[in-house]
Design a protein around this ligand. Structure first.
Ligand SMILES: C[S@@+](CC[C@H](N)C(=O)[O-])C[C@H]1O[C@@H](n2cnc3c(N)ncnc32)[C@H](O)[C@@H]1O
Length: 220
């Protein structure tokens, strides 16, 4: 078997790609590798993950480019989506709050988004999204993003706990084979039904090799 390339090799390669492309996020990921990245950062940053987040940013730029309050990203993992949201010129987002239940995620997310932590535009929180009282948050969120709906036990129950009228962007998928997935849906229509949003301004499906990802933008 070919041995895995050492982390230093990723670091060097990414620094080169950052210099070549001038892309600030690639530079931030290179920096993170230099500081000791978790092994599954490469999964969080693979081309399929990035493509689904770019799809999200495109759809948001078309529908809700200026959320009226902080954007809460739930099940945010290592904060890659926050980095994309804060870097895109088509969006005007004052602050991203990147929330995950796994306590190892927040330090990685804050290292990745270090430029935005420094300006107060990014913070990471460790919490269970299903335990949060979104109605009590001050300032009120301008948008709540959940790209991990398939990981929840009870998507309708969680949505029912949110304040009516809250702007939402939700993603799920039909990737039933993944053991951590508990609420997959077979189609976009099934996702629409599961979410039961009062208002929908975007609904789309994006097929990939192994599964289809679904996205809804609207209000609870
Ligand atoms: C595999 S990751 C991201 C998957 C998602 N489809 C994406 O591409 O963004 C799922 C994340 O959701 C987090 N998560 C699962 N249940 C959660 C909960 N109740 N509250 C907060 N985070 C949760 C996990 O810790 C994990 O980091």
């Amino acid at each position: 078997m070919t041995p895995e390339p050492p982390v230093e090799a990723f670091h060097d390669l990414l620094k080169g790609m950052a210099a070549l492309s001038g892309n600030r996020i690639v530079g931030d990921i290179a920096r993170l590798y230099g500081k000791g990245a978790p092994p599954d950062l490469s999964i969080a940053c693979n081309h399929k993950q990035i493509a689904s987040k770019q799809w999200l940013v495109e759809a948001l730029a078309e529908t809700l480019p200026r959320p009226d309050g902080p954007v809460w990203v739930l099940g945010a993992w290592y904060g890659v989506l926050g980095a994309l949201l804060l870097d895109d010129d088509r969006l005007d987002i004052g602050q991203v709050v990147s929330l995950d239940i796994d306590p190892t995620c927040a330090p990685v997310a804050e290292t990745l988004n270090h430029r935005h932590v420094a300006t107060g535009r990014f913070r990471a929180v460790t919490a269970d999204m299903t335990e949060l009282d979104f109605a009590a948050l001050s300032p009120a969120p301008g948008l709540v993003v959940n790209t991990s709906c398939e990981h929840l036990d009870d998507v309708p129950g969680w949505l029912a706990s949110l304040p009516a009228g809250l702007p939402l962007l939700l993603q799920s998928n039909d990737y039933y084979r993944e053991p951590d997935h508990r609420s997959c849906v077979p189609s976009l229509d099934a996702f629409r039904e599961q979410a039961g949003l009062a208002e929908i301004c975007f609904a789309g499906a994006r097929p990939t090799k192994n599964y289809t990802r679904f996205m809804l933008i609207g209000r609870r």
